[in-house]
Design a protein around this ligand. Sequence first.
Ligand SMILES: Cc1cc2nc3c(=O)[nH]c(=O)nc-3n(C[C@H](O)[C@H](O)[C@H](O)COP(=O)(O)O)c2cc1C
Length: 348
Amino acid sequence: MSKKLSSTAFEPVSDPVSDPAAKSQSDSFKDAVHNPLTRLLGTAYPILQGAMAWVSESTLAAAVSNAGGAGIIAAGGREASWVKEEIQKARTMTGRPFGVNVPLISTPEKEAIINVLCESGIDFVTLGAGDPLPYLRALKASGIKVGGIVPSLRLAKKLETAGVDFIILEGMEAGGKIGKSTTLSLMTNVIPELHVPVVAAGGFASGRGLAAALVMGAHGIQMGTRFILANECQVHPDYKNAIMDATDEDSVILGTRYGKATRCIRSAFTDKYLALEAEGGSPQSLETMMRGASRRMAMEGAGVDGMNGIALAGQSLSQLNDLESAEWIIRDIMGEARAVLENCSLLK
Ligand SMILES: Cc1cc2nc3c(=O)[nH]c(=O)nc-3n(C[C@H](O)[C@H](O)[C@H](O)COP(=O)(O)O)c2cc1C
């Protein structure tokens, strides 16, 4: 079956915001794109590369930042020394702003990592999966911008009141650990209630998605899955192939029964896991099966029987069929978003 990124219909332009060859020099598009989020993060474009544990390290983050987006190193499950080294490596590859993400519950060395971040003077940090409030003051005192990743209006308001600089609304279309609300319902419920810049995440893979998020009142998008196909993303080829082979019907959620809902691509591993879950397997047996599975997929691949690991990925899969540079991905998305918004003829 041939899967083609429909956005290839739009020729990516050299600078999708101010290219003089553009059909019209749309000031309103520039305003939509050079907005409070890009001013806060110091990026050219409102596209964040979502942190992906065991997947997004310095090479990918630096490539995204060099392309005008916001690259993010994933500190989840890592040691503080690794985080320090990756920040140093990224600095040798880019002079542009980049960030680090700490999922608090799943990172035993979180205290030490927060200290590394404060000392490193990193541009911004995103915090989720746990209570960020104990770390907020130290990070902000070090001049670091902090984004809170939330799955609900209640948490968004709590973090805004506590002083985060921006909010990432992550819907259940996203790859990895997910909440219960969709990205669309989060944008509908939360955006009107917030005053800080808002990033929408979960299910974005195209410029049409960025355009939709901007129309909904978000200031930008965060994408994970599409960036796994970036040439600069260092994961095992089996992982990239799993994404390119998958369609919209191949996304499954593991761990729902035990409150650890995790979205990934269907495989022999996930069939076995879901059968065990349906049989009423104990939380311990399911936890044992899951332990290290996403790390193994990223580093070693699926294994001959497809049982070595799981490919965490979001729901927007059918259009992802190409390996591209991070720069191409960002320009493609910006070019398509501009074309879609400028050509929007519904009211003409
Ligand atoms: C492989 C993978 C690992 C992820 N790991 C993390 C993580 O460590 N911390 C985090 O906050 N979000 C994590 N996420 C979520 C992403 O940062 C991002 O919000 C999500 O991928 C957006 O949805 P999309 O995959 O549909 O683009 C992960 C997602 C994927 C696909």
